[in-house]
Design a protein around this ligand. Structure first.
Ligand code: DAK
Length: 253
């Protein structure tokens, strides 16, 4: 069977790779569970001093729409992503998302849980959930406005468009843009720099910055609002239209 999530250590740097290229690395339940398993391994490994989260080709085109289409609100609320995303956000070591190609929906939300984001020139990022009749539900409405400001976040979330790497850099969504072939080396360079800093001070600084957010309730409330949308006809229509490769016809119900 295909290994959907790869993990290796390069010296003291952990490298976590999503490996579902045929579906543009869409995050199925299985992919998220495997990420969670790897995070537990990383948490328990005192040797790992920084983590790079990346993929080849496309970072991740969001949660698996095919798996979500027919979910009802209760099932949607059990479709847990946030526990894993919160685990990544609160990892005691620095984390870097190295983004190439598409980072959309849950894919961008995954990158938002990392401490740093570096993009390749071909990266396109966005939260297109609104175009599917839903909204971001794995931290996007909470983490994105904090990072880039409410007005720009509302534009991205409420219009659902994609932005290119240079625009992502301009608005502070990523901290660096490099040619695609240099992306991994650039992430590695940053990881090694961070790994050379004193680990207890680094962990404390990260914890203190994250503590200032007090966002746990907001993330849970977001998930509740998100799963409520699975009772609407528009969610079914939006996701069915994606699967059928046609334009959705929304009715506002
Ligand atoms: N899910 C499933 N399959 C996907 C996918 C996705 N998100 N994105 C792409 N694919 C699949 C396509 O169906 C297609 O498969 P085949 O037809 O070849 O079998 C293949 O990948 C290539 O896609 P396209 O043929 O569409 O390729 P294009 O180059 O034309 O377009 C694209 C690439 C990435 C722009 C397009 O595929 C696209 O728009 N994808 C959907 C992007 C999207 O809407 N993402 C947001 C999904 S919603 C939560 C849990 C999760 C979430 C929130 C909360 N809780 C538990 C609270 C997250 C939700 C989302 O992420």
């Amino acid at each position: 069977m295909e290994n959907l999530v790869l993990y290796e250590k390069v010296g003291v740097i952990g490298v976590l790779k999503i490996n579902r290229p045929k579906a543009f690395n869409a995050l199925s339940r299985e992919v998220v569970d495997l990420i969670d398993e790897k995070l537990e391994i990383i948490k328990a490994d005192e040797e790992v001093r920084a983590l790079i989260v990346t993929s080849d080709g496309n970072f991740a085109a969001g949660a698996d729409i095919v798996a979500m289409v027919e979910l009802g609100p209760e099932e949607a609320s059990k479709f847990l992503f946030s526990d894993t995303f919160n685990k990544l956000e609160n990892l005691g070591i620095p984390t870097i998302a190295a983004i190439c190609g598409y980072a959309l929906g849950g894919g961008l939300e995954l990158a938002l849980t990392c401490d740093f984001r570096i993009a390749s020139e071909d990266a396109k990022v966005g939260l297109p959930e609104i175009t599917l009749g839903i909204m971001p539900g794995a931290g996007g409405t909470v983490r994105l406005p904090r990072l880039i400001g409410e007005a720009k976040a509302k534009e991205m979330i409420m219009l659902g468009g994609q932005i290119k790497a240079d625009e992502a850099l301009r608005i502070g969504l990523v901290s660096k843009v490099v040619p695609k072939e240099e992306l991994f080396d650039e992430a590695m360079k940053l990881a090694e720099k961070l790994a050379a800093r004193p680990k207890l001070a680094l962990k404390a600084a990260k914890k203190s910055i994250n503590n200032g957010r007090e966002q746990a309730n907001a993330i849970q409330r977001e998930a509740d609002i998100w799963s409520g949308l699975f009772a609407t006809q528009d969610q079914k229509e939006g996701m069915r239209a994606f699967v059928d490769k046609r334009k959705p016809q929304y009715v506002g119900k």
